[in-house]
Design a protein around this ligand. Structure first.
Ligand SMILES: [Zn+2]
Ligand SMILES: [Zn+2]
Length: 117
C-alpha cells in the first residue's frame, strides 16, 4: 500500500524548470516578489494565491554575477508557465518523442500543472 505524498523538495525542483522572464524587463514589485513575475502588477499576490519560486540568480543589465532574487507568482501563472516549458521541452527531448511517460522532466512539468491549476 502506498500513500501519495506531495513533497516540497520535489516542487522546488519542478519550479526550477520554469523559464522566468528577463530581470531587465520587470517592474520593481515583480523583482521583489511583491507581484507575480509573469503578470502585470495589477493583480496583487496574497499568501493564498502566491507560489514561492525559490531563490534565483539572474543577470542584470548583462552584468555578472547578476542579482539574487526571490520571484513569486500566481498558481494559475505557474500552470501556464509549466505548460509553456513542456511545449519547449517535449519536441527537443528524445525521451519525450519516444515515450513521454518515461521522461522525468516531462512528468515533473505535468505534475506541476496538476498541482497548480
Ligand atoms: Zn500571475
Ligand atoms: Zn522529456
Amino acid at each position: 500500500m502506498s500513500t501519495r505524498t506531495d513533497s516540497t523538495v520535489d516542487s522546488r525542483e519542478a519550479l526550477a524548470l520554469l523559464t522566468l522572464p528577463d530581470l531587465d524587463g520587470l517592474a520593481d514589485a515583480q523583482t521583489r516578489g511583491a507581484s507575480c513575475v509573469w503578470c502585470p502588477d495589477d493583480t496583487p499576490l496574497t499568501p493564498e494565491t502566491a507560489v514561492d519560486l525559490g531563490e534565483h540568480l539572474s543577470p542584470l543589465d548583462g552584468r555578472d554575477p547578476g542579482m539574487r532574487w526571490f520571484p513569486r507568482a500566481h498558481h494559475r501563472c505557474v500552470q501556464t508557465a509549466a505548460l509553456a516549458a513542456l511545449h519547449d521541452h517535449a519536441p527537443l527531448c528524445e525521451q519525450c518523442v519516444d515515450d513521454a511517460s518515461a521522461c522525468e522532466t516531462g512528468l515533473t512539468l505535468r505534475r506541476l500543472m496538476r498541482e497548480y491549476r
